[in-house]
Every structure is written in C-alpha cells, then in structure tokens.
Ligand binder design. Structure first.
Ligand SMILES: [Fe+2]
Ligand SMILES: [Fe+2]
Length: 411
C-alpha cells in the first residue's frame, strides 16, 4: 500500500495540539520513550492516505460511477450524511483517548501500559485524520466545519459523546484492555465497511487506519491471554471471573454500536458502507467468539490439560458451557463464555428486555437486577451508567418510549 502523508493546515494542526494539551497530556511521553519499546519508526501526527482500491463506486444507487473526489460532487443529502459520519467518527476517536486516560495509570505492566498509550496516540491520529477530511474539502454553506468540529471536541468530556459506549467510564485497567479487544473490533468492522466509501478521501483513509487497528486488537487480546493463563495457573492479579464481568459490560455496547438491527440501508444506498447493520453485527459477534472467547479458553485449557490441541480445547469448552456440567475436571466457571446477543441491551431490537447472560428471560425486575449485579463489574454497577440504565428500564416498563441519546452513526 502506497501511503501519502500530509499535515493539517497550521491553524487546525495547532488547534488539535491544543486538544492534546488539554485532554491527552501523556502524549509527549510516548514520543520520548518510543525506542525503548518498538523498533518501527516513531509515531507521527499526520494524515495518511492509502491507495483507492476501486476508482468506481462499489455499492448502492451510484454503483459503477466514478467515486466522489470532492464533497461538492455529492448531492446535498449525501454530503450531509458524509459530514455526519466524519464528525461522529472524529468524536469517537478522541472520546476513546479520554476514556483510556481514566485508568491508564492503573496498569501494572509497563509494556502493556505503553501499548495502550500507543493505541491512544493512534486514536488521536484517527481523530486528526477525520478533521483533515473536513479541512481539506468544501462542505457547502459558510461555516468552517473543521474549526467548528475541533471547537466542539475541545469542550467534550466523557459523558457527552455521540456514541453511548464512549460515555461509559473506565474503572480499572481491565477496561482499557477489554475495550481494545471488543470495542476496537467494532471499529475494525466500521473501517472495513467504509473502505468501499463512495467518497474517495474517506475510502483512502481506511487502509492506514486498519493497519493501526490490528495493533489495537492485539493490545487487547494478548494481555487477556496472559492474564487467564496466569490466573488458571494460580498466580497473576486478574481473575477469570473479573475478565468475564468486563466482557459482559462491553459486549452489549459493542453490539449496539452497529446501530439498529433494522437499519443501515441509507449508507448502503449512498455507497458509504457495504453491509447492513444486522449483517455486520452478526459477523462481529461470531468473530468475538472465535478471536476472543475461543482463544482465551484455549489458553485456560492448555494450563489445565497440557498438550490439548486448539480444536479439542474449543470443543471441550463449548460442551462444558452448553451443558453446565464438568468434563475432564473442567467446570463451567473455569472458562470464559460469550454473553448472549440479547443480554443487557438498551438499544435496538432487544432494548430493555430482561435476559440473563445466557439469553434466558428473567420475569421479575428484582431478580434481574440481582443477576446484573453478579455478572457485571462491581465498580461498574456502583457507577452512573448503571444507575441511568436502571432508571431507563423502569421508565420503559412504565410505558415510556426511552431513547438513550442520539443513535450511533454506525446506523
Ligand atoms: Fe480509531
Ligand atoms: Fe482503535
């Protein structure tokens, strides 16, 4: 992939550094210590544009026509939608930096901590990339949308983000890691779907971002593998049930980031994405099973049953979890499970249903809340996001239509 790098015009570049000074004070540390951790050339705050895989629009109503090089070539509705996508993406990228910041200092291992710091810097670059798309084009009207967006981002704190998952606070370093394994994976889907974008500068942005995204996924999955192996061997400080509770906290939010299960048609028609929400969500769910759950159970079972193959390990874990019975000395609670698709949802077709982690309905409100308290992290259920959920659940049950803020742009 040939990659061209470029910087924002000075005024915007400076404004982004202003954001960094306010919200990402650890950034200079990354640049100073990069060589101690990596051999690759150091991080640079630049926009990166990769090749355009297809010169013509790949999906939707305009399929076969040349891609739009400039925003002005799109009709007003498409331009407004693309602007919305770019601004929401800028917001989530920078939002994740603010979330990681909450508990970065709680890490025990300096290398894992530095990897997360690098993830944060790359998310900052992704935000920069989106601002670059805004600044380099004419979005119609008299507003300077790039400057407006930066201004908005400057004043944005966790709690005021477009996407609900970015309003959930991090309570411990386990959050940083599980977030990278699960939520960055949604990002990967998002970027992959957008690599077909009919708006050429967006399509060209996705390749370099996806390269970085694979590092983010590894930053999540590798420490989890190590932690479950250590815990199973009887040492280490992060237990298997603790990791499970964090998976239960984040997976439902990840599923909702794909948007309503009935939606996605507009973006498909405009040629901005190549999958409907539901299809992308289902593929993501399956990938979490294979790339996270199966991988962790293999690590656990390698410690318990030395010499076991990956295939055997997955089959054994699936059976123990499905039957709830021990086999070869392995109990369900020794393993990591995939929470059900309909568990702890507050958006989409399963919003405010009362289901347990296995997907079975729970009739009584009190019993349901007791269940949630045992399967979600303790620090999380004592926090604001959980109390908001309970309030909204009550309102929903009282017949009110509860809409938790604007719908994710993934929709
Ligand atoms: Fe990102
Ligand atoms: Fe990421």
């Amino acid at each position: 992939m040939a990659v061209i790098t470029d910087q924002l015009p000075e005024k915007y570049h400076k404004a982004m550094l202003g954001w960094q000074e306010k919200h990402f004070k650890d950034f200079p540390y990354l640049l100073e210590h990069w060589q101690e951790f990596y051999k690759q050339s150091p991080f640079q705050l630049v926009a990166k544009l990769g090749d355009l895989k297809s010169e013509v629009i790949e999906v939707g109503a305009h399929a076969g026509k040349p891609k739009f090089q400039r925003a002005s070539e799109m009709d007003e509705e498409m331009r407004a939608q693309m602007l919305k996508i770019i601004r929401a993406q800028a917001s989530t990228e920078l939002g994740s930096v603010q979330q990681h910041r909450e508990s970065l200092h709680k890490a025990q291992d300096p290398k894992i901590q530095f990897d997360v710091l690098r993830v944060m810097a790359e998310e900052f670059r992704h935000g920069y990339q989106m601002i670059y798309l805004l600044a380099k084009d004419d979005w119609g009207g008299t507003r300077d949308v790039a400057a407006d967006t930066i201004d908005e981002l400057l004043s944005m704190e966790t709690g005021s983000h477009v996407l609900e998952a970015f309003n959930v606070y991090f309570d411990s370093f386990v959050d940083n890691i599980v977030f990278a394994a699960l939520i960055d994976r949604v990002g990967k889907y998002q970027l992959t779907m957008q690599s077909v974008s009919a708006y050429a500068p967006m399509a060209r942005s996705m390749g370099p971002m996806l390269v970085e995204e694979s590092f983010h996924l590894a930053t999540g999955v590798n420490p989890l593998r190590r932690w479950v192996a250590e815990a199973t061997a009887g040492h280490g400080n992060v237990s298997v049930p603790n990791i499970q509770r964090h998976i239960n906290k984040w997976l439902p939010r990840g599923l909702e980031m794909f948007g309503s299960e009935r939606g996605g048609r507009t973006n498909l028609e405009f040629g901005f994405k190549d999958m409907l929400n539901k299809e992308a969500q289902e593929r993501y769910y399956q990938e979490v099973k294979e790339q996270v759950i199966d991988v962790l159970n293999y690590e656990i079972l390698k410690v318990r049953l030395p010499g076991i193959t990956k295939k055997e390990a997955i089959a054994l874990a699936d059976e123990v979890l499905a039957t709830g019975e021990s086999k070869r000395g392995i109990k369900p609670e020794d393993l990591i499970y995939l929470p059900a698709m309909n568990f702890y949802r507050r958006r989409g077709i399963h919003a405010f249903e009362m289901n347990d982690v296995r997907g079975q309905p729970i009739r009584s409100y009190d019993e349901y809340v007791r269940h949630l308290r045992t399967v979600l992290p303790e620090a999380y259920v004592t926090g604001r996001d959980f109390s908001t959920y309970l309030e909204n659940l009550r309102r929903h049950q009282g017949g009110e239509v509860v809409d938790e803020g604007p719908l994710p742009f993934y929709g």
